[in-house]
Design a binder for this molecule. Structure first.
Ligand code: SAH
Length: 366
């Protein structure tokens, strides 16, 4: 047998994939004390330095040996577009050349980063462009946290307060472990020290993962993409509803350990003639009675290939009024960045490898 005689030394480990406990373990196995790991972690997340040679409070020979053993990988900004409303959409290139989008939304009133958890998405919601890509792959924890490093530097917010919404490409609960590890990285006091309550995780409601989330020590705020009050309507829009139906999701929400003074957000994309009738609003109000809920109405962001229309503002207002009358807190999402296709459901990266079936599906809608 001919052996491959090329370099067999292991690829250098990427420190950006490690939470602090793992970084400490990696350093301990090289005989390094914990405070060295904390120093490096603080350089990466608190100061935004990923060149080990520039970590000036480490002895020079240590920097050299760490540089030989480790890399620190960061998503590269492939392009950056700014909307007339200040929203900025970043196209980021990962180490395998796959691309994702992340969005900076200023003054809502907080500064917010909308970040992705997967390349594409498997959920195939009928009105979402990302869903048309299918799932290409999961993001790693380092790639999820890396988006925050890139955006914080790009817009000059590393030292400032910001919120994170896991509402970019992908279904966060379909990539559970990586998302939770990214939370550990982002919330760690030696790095960004982001309070978990500044993170909102938006999900179609994958029930087993949702139950698990309720027991996490670092728990984000929860947003449920509901979009319809009955299984019949929701099943047409959100295919996974056939597995995890409306009643079960609402039950899980009733049991969910919501923070004091906090509520679960129910997102409701409004589609003209599909789920925007007064009767839908009344059903929604009944469904949410007894849930610590607020409703966020999202008038559809239309796009080529999306076979639905946005309702008139008057229809949205009437829907909101019916909910408010029934004591449900309701807001209408002002979609930001529509002129650069950075708004909800408009994140899609063209030109990634798709299966023939996916290509056909896309063509059918074009
Ligand atoms: N997969 C998660 C995270 C994506 S969040 C989830 O579904 O919750 C993105 C939000 O934008 C979701 O509520 C999604 O339903 C909504 N959305 C998707 N397509 C949209 C569109 N075309 N117009 C408005 N909102 C859309």
């Amino acid at each position: 047998m001919i052996q491959n005689m090329e370099d067999t030394s292991p690829a250098p480990a990427n420190l950006a994939e490690l939470d602090l406990a793992e970084l400490e373990a990696a350093f301990a196995s090289r005989g390094l004390p914990r405070f060295r790991a904390r120093q490096v972690f603080a350089w990466i997340y608190r100061r935004g330095v990923t060149d080990i040679d520039a970590m000036t409070d480490l002895p020079r020979d240590l920097r050299a040996s760490l540089s030989a053993a480790f890399t620190i990988e960061t998503p590269a900004v492939a392009s950056r577009e700014r909307s007339s409303d200040g929203t900025e959409k970043f196209l980021l290139r990962l180490s395998d050349s796959k691309q994702i989008e992340a969005v900076f939304i200023p003054d809502t009133p907080a500064m917010t980063f909308c970040i992705s958890t997967q390349v594409g998405c498997a959920m195939a919601c009928a009105f979402c462009l990302t869903g048309k890509m299918g799932l290409v792959r999961n993001l790693t924890a380092g790639e999820i946290a890396g988006q925050v490093r890139v955006l914080a530097d790009a817009v000059g917010l590393r030292e400032k307060t910001f919120n994170i919404v896991l509402m970019g490409m992908g279904e966060p609960l379909h990539n559970y472990d990586a998302v939770m590890k990214a939370m550990r990285i982002l919330c760690n006091e030696h790095g960004f020290a982001l309070p978990a309550r500044r993170v909102t995780l938006s999900t179609v409601g994958l029930l087993p993962a949702l139950e698990k989330l309720g027991a996490e020590p670092l728990m984000p705020n929860l947003a449920i993409s509901l979009h319809a009050p009955t299984d019949q309507q929701r099943g047409e829009l959100v295919p996974i509803n056939r597995k995890y139906g409306v009643a079960d999701i609402i039950d899980a929400c009733k049991r969910f350990p919501v923070r004091k003074r906090s509520r679960i957000t129910f997102e409701y994309v409004m589609l003209a003639g599909v789920n925007d009738a007064p009767v839908d609003a009344r059903r929604l109000a009944r469904l949410l009675a007894g849930v610590k809920a607020k409703v966020n109405l999202i008038p559809l962001n239309a796009a080529a290939g999306i076979p639905f229309d946005r309702p008139a503002d008057t229809v949205v207002d009437e829907f909101a009024r019916i909910l408010a009358e029934r004591d449900i807190t309701v807001s209408v999402r002002k979609s930001r960045g529509r002129d650069i296709r950075a708004a909800c459901g408009q994140l899609i990266v063209e030109g990634q490898q798709r299966s023939p079936a996916q290509r056909l599906a896309t063509m059918a809608f074009s």
